[in-house]
Each structure stands twice: as C-alpha cells, then as structure tokens.
Design a protein around this ligand. Sequence first.
Ligand SMILES: Nc1ncnc2c1ncn2[C@@H]1O[C@H](COP(=O)(O)OP(=O)(O)OP(=O)(O)O)[C@@H](O)[C@H]1O
Ligand SMILES: [Mg+2]
Length: 490
Amino acid sequence: MLTKRRIYEFDEFRVDTGLFLLSRAGRARPISPTVFKILLSLLERAGEAVTKEELMKCVWPDSFVEEGNLNRNVSTLRKVLEEKPSDHRYIETIPKTGYRFVAPIRVINYQPPTGTARTVSNTRAYQIVGREFERDTLSQAYDRAQQGRGDVVCISGDVGVGKTALIDAFLDDLKRDGQTFHLARGRCSESFTEGEPFMPWIESLSALAQEPTISTVMAKSAPSWHREISHNGSGVPRRMHRELLEFCRQISPVHPLIIVIDDFHWADVGSVDLLAFLATRLESTRVLMIIAYRVVEMKVKSHPFLRLRSDLLGRGACTEIRLAPLTRKHIEQYLAIEQPNADYPPDYAEILHAKSDGNPLFLRELLRGRDEKSDSIRHMIRARLDRLDDTHRQLLVTASVQGREFDSAVLAATMQMHSEDVEEALHELDELHGLIQRIREEELPDGKFSVRYRFVYGLHQEACYASLAPTRKAALSAALAEAFLTHYGN
Ligand SMILES: Nc1ncnc2c1ncn2[C@@H]1O[C@H](COP(=O)(O)OP(=O)(O)OP(=O)(O)O)[C@@H](O)[C@H]1O
Ligand SMILES: [Mg+2]
C-alpha cells in the first residue's frame, strides 16, 4: 500500500489516499475500506494488469479469501464508479488473470495547506457588524471553488467602507468553520502603479511559497514565478500567465486556493492583463480569486481594470459585491460591541450615522476623537479635495454654503458662471469623483431648469465650508442670498 499521501484524479473523480476519500465533483462517495483498497491498488499501477493474486494479497494480506469475494468487490467498485458491466471505461477485466485501470489519471503529490495564518487579520482592529449577505456570497463562491468551479469575486466600494475588513472576516469565518485552504494574499501599492509589473501577484505568491513543498511545485510548474519571488530574474509575461494557471491547478487538488488582491485600483497594467487571462480560466479549478478596489479611484485615473471589469461583469465571468454604507442599526451594534458599558445618549447612534454617513472608517475615527474630527479624517478629506482641479474645488466649496444639498442653477448664479458649464462640472464631480450625488432635475419657481445635488458625505461638505475664510464666507453668503432671491423670488 502507499506510504505517501497522493491524490488521483480521473474524469470527475478524485481519490485522496490520506483521507481514504473518494469524491465525485466535490461530493464524497460512500465506499468500503476493502473496495477503496482495491481501487488504490489498481490506481497505483494504472495502465498495467494487476493479477487477482496480487490484488488479494494486497487487500487481505493475512487471511485466505476466495476469488469470488474479490470479484464481488470489484463489481461493487464498478457500481461506485457508475460503470456498467459491459462498459470498461475505468476497469478492464483481463480474462482469467486480473484487472487493469484503463482511464487516464492525474497523480498529484499531496501538499499541506499554507498561508492560513494570514487569515488572522493584521489590519482589523474591530469585530465587524453587518455584511451577512456579503459573507454569504463569498462563502458560496468558496463552496463552488471547493467543488472545482472556481470563480472571481470582486468587492467594490468607497474608501473606508470595509472591503479589507470584509475579506478578513470571510477568511476568519472559513477558519472558524475548520476549512483548510491555501491562501495567496497581496495588495497593490500606489507607488508601484507604473513601474514594477506583477507586484501584487509576486507578493501574494511569495507568502504562499514560504511552505517548502509549495515552493518545490512552483519551481517545477511556474519557474518564472519562482525566479521572480527569489529575485533571480524576471519572466516573459505570456509564459508567466500559463505557468501561474498551471501552478494554481497543481497546488489545489485537495485544498482550494484563495487568491486575494486588495487595492486593485492601483494595479499595474501587467497585473490587469494577468487577471484577464486567469478570470476566464478558473471554471474548472479549485481557485477562488477575490479582488477589491475603489471604482472612483479607477475612474479618476481611467484605470485599465475599468474596461476589464465591465467586460467580465457583462459576460457574467465574475460576481461583484458592492459594499454599501452601514445602517443606523449596524452602528448601534457596533457601539454595543466596542463599548458595551459606555453610557451613550439614546440618539448617539443616530448622530454618528448622520455624521459618518455609515462609512465605517469615518465612524471609527469619529469615535476615536469623540465628536472632534480626528486628524486622520481631516487628512483623508483634504487629500481627496486636493486632487480636484481649481474649478471643481471652487464649485464644491461654493456649493457647501448652500448646505448638504444644493441647486446647480443657484450655484451658477452665485459663482457667476454659465449654467451649462456648472452642470457639466457637477456631472464630473458625481460620475468621476463620486463626491456628490445627483438627486433630481427640477424647475425653480422662476421657471429656470436646475439639478439638485447632495454631498455624498456630510463630512466633505463641512470640510469645504470650513475651508472658507470668514470674509469669503460672508461674501458668498451674500451672493447666495441674491441668487436665491432671483430664482425663488420673495
Ligand atoms: N462592517 C464593519 N463593522 C465594523 N467596522 C468595520 C466594518 N467595516 C470596516 N470596518 C472598520 O473600518 C475601517 C475601514 O475599513 P477597511 O480598511 O476595511 O476599508 P476599505 O474599504 O478596505 O478601505 P480602503 O479603500 O482604504 O482600502 C477599519 O478600521 C475596519 O476595521
Ligand atoms: Mg482596504
């Protein structure tokens, strides 16, 4: 019998010698130990004739058993494999001699799972609230990958809405469920967007290859990647694409492989191409790929992943989870978990919800600094506004004088600009920058056409308003009052 744990695969069947498990399309098939041993003896010498004596010696080494017994067990094995007596797809009878396993098989040496330690979050400082549906979606995709139907799941959402925290929580869920899987996790970095190709993939594969057996498989099936992660030179992209796919297949016969690439809005072009290659080839693998990104960030930079994303979504080749802000109820749960004994005013969750607009990062920072806006929020908002060109920034700052919601026509009058120019710029601030949301078109009392907008985050509106010097504030308020009089009358 075998001493080394192996996996045999033929058609949809898979035999794990370590677990004594026969499965078909990911589902275990009941099989007795005797029948399993016969199957193993045949697989071990696939393509060769195995005599009845050899089989009996292997299966019943210490007892005398009649040949009829062996024949009955082989017939049971054929039933387990759903093979009709006349059909010799898997087991061929060699008259008066023995049997031969005839179907093509794949033999894989077992590798223990690696990388599960990364499931322990190194970024998540809080237990997350809500996201049950999203965790469920990920978990279903994992189940499918386990059954050999790999997939790509994208997680999109605004800065700080909880993409990374969701991935951490999902990986923790799997760990708690006792699932074992290989994990390759990396992230794109803003500073690597242009230069180094494949950085996030290299980072994720380096983590995986810490395990010597995985590293050995990589050296054989994906030598270019092995060279990359060992800093021994770089490969040819096309070959690297194929090598990576082969490597993913090789290491995931038993435990699925989860590849996570976070912050994909900063991915280099090579990494996007590689994703395009893999995304449509995972169907018959045990690979679950999770990609997280901010759409707004990509739109601003016309990132190449935008096109691929539309293409994959259009073809149904990936699932996208769009993370929404937290609700007031979630914030109540959050407070109960974080500070169970704190004595908050009854409407505290409501206030926090209004102030943070349900963004977990804003929420965390608001709680840290209590009601004072913390430095980190200030920096984040500043950075986002600083990326705008002068006209856009000026428009937002002036709009903030109207409040959280504002009218485009009133804004145009306040700034003494053409309505069409203002509308076009506001459209960009909405579609491209995601800073404001169009609510509706309307006709003002003086008959003028206008579009009503709303700041996505109240904190952005407050920051814009706070950036005005007192005299400018007064001047803009006066101009606004006049514009209101013009459009709304007395
Ligand atoms: N559902 C949640 N419940 C509680 N806290 C959360 C939740 N989601 C996120 N957080 C917390 O909010 C903060 C921001 O979350 P996270 O880093 O996951 O956001 P992100 O979407 O990945 O942002 P970025 O686009 O910057 O990568 C973290 O401190 C995280 O722990
Ligand atoms: Mg993140």
